[in-house]
Design a protein around this ligand. Structure first.
Ligand code: GTP
Ligand code: MG
Length: 300
């Protein structure tokens, strides 16, 4: 491990702020080098604060992947936004992510205002440069600079990895000296139940559209490790209405079956074990407004 004396190590927390869908979770996974957060092409995928850990020889970067900043609509999104504000105020630094292709808009300006009012140093990543031509990227870099909140700005692609190394160096420079918070092999702070539930939700998101993805949550009823090494998992996919249930189940149960097959594969990769997965779909009206259920699901 590290040959650096303990006092010269840097470690700390970098909170990731940005509009929904700009690529915060993809970037977290790219920096950690493992899948710690699920990703989808729909906005508002991330609902919890997820700590992703990247450890170098003499530094440890704890990335706090956060829900996208948005206007709160119900108990769920209110909790998500309160969490974002709290994590931002407690971090050692902030990584502000904007979309190179879409440029800087009102949502980004709102976040910049939030960041300008906080003492936490900010580094900005202009993401998805693989999707934008040079002129577009240059215009977004310029607009991001004009927000006046960042110490440095990096054009990157979380998808291809381009620019990510330079960004990491700049984030490490924001960290205070101090001992590591996590074991160097740790990747995330999410409990196993939540990691498994999220992998199932990711497959449900990939197969639904419009308002349905926002109405889906997954609860794990049981995880049982059998003597022969097989892990048996019982999961409930929650939706808010009968018609959403119909969509998730699909004709002849086809959709829920496809979700189960794909999720089992990714859970097997995650746990390094053979998995038997049972998924049921259930209607739970207004679960997004149910504080007790959100507590149990770990959305605090
Ligand atoms: N082309 C391209 N797509 C990207 C890049 N980074 C992320 N994406 C895609 O953008 C979409 C959103 O990515 P996420 O990582 O889920 O975005 P997020 O900011 O975490 O979204 P929320 O959790 O909803 O706030 C996904 O379809 C990603 O595959 C990138 O660098 N290039
Ligand atoms: Mg996310």
């Amino acid at each position: 491990m590290s040959s650096a004396p303990l006092g010269r190590r840097r470690s700390g927390f970098i909170a990731i702020a940005g509009r929904p869908n700009v690529g915060k979770s993809t970037l977290t996974n790219a920096i950690v080098g493992a899948k710690v957060a699920i990703v989808s092409d729909k906005p508002q995928t991330t609902r919890r604060a997820i700590r992703g850990v990247a450890t170098g020889p003499d530094w440890q970067l704890v990335l706090v992947d956060l829900p996208g900043v948005q206007r709160p609509l119900d108990t769920l999104t209110e909790r998500m936004q309160r969490r974002v504000e709290r994590e931002l105020s407690e971090a050692d630094g902030c990584l502000f992510v904007v979309n190179a292709q879409q440029g800087v808009g009102p949502g980004d300006r709102f976040i910049a205002k939030l960041l300008a009012g906080s003492p936490v140093p900010v580094v900005t990543a202009v993401n998805k440069v693989d999707r934008a031509d040079h002129a577009r990227t240059a215009a977004t870099l310029q607009a991001a600079d004009e927000l006046g909140v960042s110490e440095e700005i990096f054009p990157i692609s979380a998808r291809t990895g381009s620019g990510v190394r330079a960004l990491v160096e700049s984030l490490v420079a924001l960290l205070p000296e101090g001992p590591f918070y996590f074991e160097p092999g740790d990747r995330s702070d999410l409990p196993e139940r939540v990691r498994v539930a999220e992998l199932i939700r990711e497959e449900a998101l990939a197969r639904t559209r419009e308002e349905v993805p926002h109405a889906v949550e997954v609860a794990i009823e049981a995880i049982e490790r059998r003597a022969d090494g097989l892990v048996r998992i019982e999961a409930t996919i929650l939706v808010e209405t009968e018609s959403q249930k119909g969509i998730l189940v699909g004709a002849g149960g086809r959709t829920v079956k496809a979700i189960g097959v794909a999720a089992r594969r990714s859970i097997e990769r995650e746990l390094g074990a053979r998995v038997h997965l049972e998924c049921k779909v259930k209607v739970r009206r207004h679960w997004r407004g149910d504080a007790g259920l959100l507590d149990r699901l770990g959305i605090e």
